[in-house]
Design a protein around this ligand. Structure first.
Ligand code: FE2
Length: 337
């Protein structure tokens, strides 16, 4: 017969177990920057929480979380682009986070409307041009559609999330019809069929294949900080324009993350996101990829500071992400590969 003293209460069990429960955080991340070592070790020192990093390509990590389902060990998903973060949300992989710190530190337009993801650094998608060949570069995204630039523009495939978010932003501001006209007219100005990544668009200026290229800011900034083959050496020939300075501002996107829906260490995960919004982490996080800190007043890394100040579009990225399916349909309809 079991007597009461042999049956410890739940409170007693949790007390007994508490010291042996390792404080951990399982981070699914598509980041892979050397400077991130300091970002993570500072969090570990501050909190005593050990970070287990699971690194991979963004879409593979998202697929892995989906396959793991409720048993996923993921606590945090860190990746880039609002379109991808919104996709993870739509797949039910993220959970809302109510945090005073995140609400006050991260600008509203860089957060998901339901607080399922937050941007921690930003990049602008801007216009680069050959200083020797282009005396009157495009000043707006609309200018890229001008017949003046026929056969001059190198730009990426529509399968790329940066392109999807850019057109979704245009649709958000101007509507679907304007978005369609823009896409069709820009196609008429292609210097070549869309190919390669952003660095390849910039290299196209160096090689003379294109006079104008569209790229995220950090690819150019990286070529300032470190030697990027086929770009750094001839970088001086490349000029840049932050588009729409007199209008909506340059299109801005984020690197960011959210807490996993089935996070086994949810509390630690929220602490980690709040840590990322702190001044010190903001500096590491943004500098790792030559990006702008999401939080105002944090110092910008030297590489990216070279590009100068600009006006960024402050349209809600959560709203923009909602227009990505429309953008994809437009690209398909106009035949932008
Ligand atoms: Fe990128």
């Amino acid at each position: 017969m079991l007597t009461k003293p042999l049956m410890p209460t739940l409170a007693a069990i949790s007390l007994l177990c508490a010291p042996s429960v390792a404080q951990e955080l399982n981070l699914y991340s598509s980041r892979h920057y050397d400077t991130d070592e300091r970002l993570y070790s500072e969090f570990e020192e501050l909190t005593g929480i050990t970070i287990n990093r699971i690194e991979g390509k963004a879409d593979e990590l998202i697929a892995r979380m989906q396959a793991e389902g409720m048993n996923s060990p993921a606590d945090i998903l860190l990746t880039v682009d609002a379109t991808r973060l919104a996709r993870a949300k739509a797949m039910g992989l993220l959970a809302p986070v109510e945090s005073e710190t995140l609400e006050t530190r991260i600008p509203a337009h860089l957060q998901d409307a339901d607080n399922e993801w937050f941007g921690f650094s930003t990049r602008a998608r801007i216009i680069f041009y050959d200083r020797n060949d282009v005396s009157d570069p495009p000043q707006t995204y609309a200018d890229l559609a001008s017949p003046e630039y026929r056969g001059m523009i190198c730009i990426r495939s529509s399968t790329n999330v940066y392109m999807q978010t850019l057109l979704a932003a245009i649709v958000t501001h101007e509507g679907q019809e304007a978005g369609r006209r823009w896409a069709a007219a820009v196609m008429g100005n292609f210097a070549r069929d869309p190919q390669g990544g952003d660095t390849d668009q910039l290299r196209g200026i160096v090689s003379g294949e294109c006079e104008i290229a569209v790229s995220n800011t950090y690819y150019f900034a990286r070529s300032i900080r470190t030697d990027v083959q086929g770009l750094s050496e001839d970088r001086d020939m490349i000029g840049w324009v932050f588009p729409d300075g007199d209008g909506n501002g340059a299109h801005v996107n984020v690197s960011g993350g959210g807490v996993a829906r089935h996070a086994p260490n949810r509390e630690n995960a929220v602490r980690f996101l709040e840590y990322l919004a702190g001044d010190s982490a903001q500096a590491y996080f943004s500098a790792g990829n030559d990006e702008y800190p999401a939080v105002d007043g944090v110092e910008v890394a030297a590489s990216i500071a070279t590009l100068g100040e600009f006006r960024g579009d402050d349209v809600s990225l959560s709203e923009v992400a909602g227009n990505v399916p429309v953008a994809q349909r437009i690209y398909n309809e106009v035949g932008w590969e």
